[in-house]
Design a binder for this molecule. Sequence first.
Ligand code: UDP
Length: 242
Amino acid sequence: MEKRNVTVLKCPVDILSLDEALSCTVNAVKNNQNFHVITINPEMIMNAQKNSDFFEIIKNSDLNIPDGVGVEIALKLKKVGQQRIRGIDFSRELLKSASENGFRVALVGAKEDVIQKAKENILAKYPDLNIVYSRNGYFSNDDEIINELKNTKPQILLLGLGSPAQEEFIAKAKNQLSGCAMVGVGGSFDVFSGIVKESPVIFRKLGLEWLYRTALQPERIKRIFPVLPIFLLKCIMNTDKD
Ligand code: UDP
């Protein structure tokens, strides 16, 4: 598969469908390879502009799925027609595929009651899913968790610590685990648990998911503004250079 043919503010973004993203992730696991998937959004791209270590992680990952309507607009400015792939949709499909393929799965992130409820709901949906490890995302010693993962040998790791912590953790874990696809899922466990409501389809179709989330969690406004407008402005100014 042809990958990494577009950059947005120097960050590689993969142009592909949800099915293609899923099949290359599953193939990597079947071939016993480690595979780091980032669901890349404007906040991450803006962070990479000032954080060179994070920029390196984004450059060295295996797949950067375009998430966030801002990335879709940035690609449109480059005349690249790519529909964004919602991170949570990718995670759902990956869990379904893990269940069908009998992959060992680890779920790490969110608060204790949230991850417990998320696990329960995920198992209700995929009763055959082999969850070999799960724990909350509030820990101070990454190495301890990496050791537990080494012992339980997951083939799929969904990690919801928020960015950049989840990407930094995966970059560290990548050399130590084997045959594992690792995906930073942000706040997806909050949604899987039912504690945070998923935006209604109409908001998703209009690309206004961010507006819905901000209305539910007004404290998020500080994260979106001014990051999103500056991101778009930078993209407009850099369309030819990038
Ligand atoms: N979180 C965590 N450990 C931490 C800080 C945050 O597990 O030390 C979790 C938090 O409970 C939430 C997720 O990380 O479930 C971050 O969600 P957010 O909506 O901020 O992430 P986004 O989807 O915007 O990247």
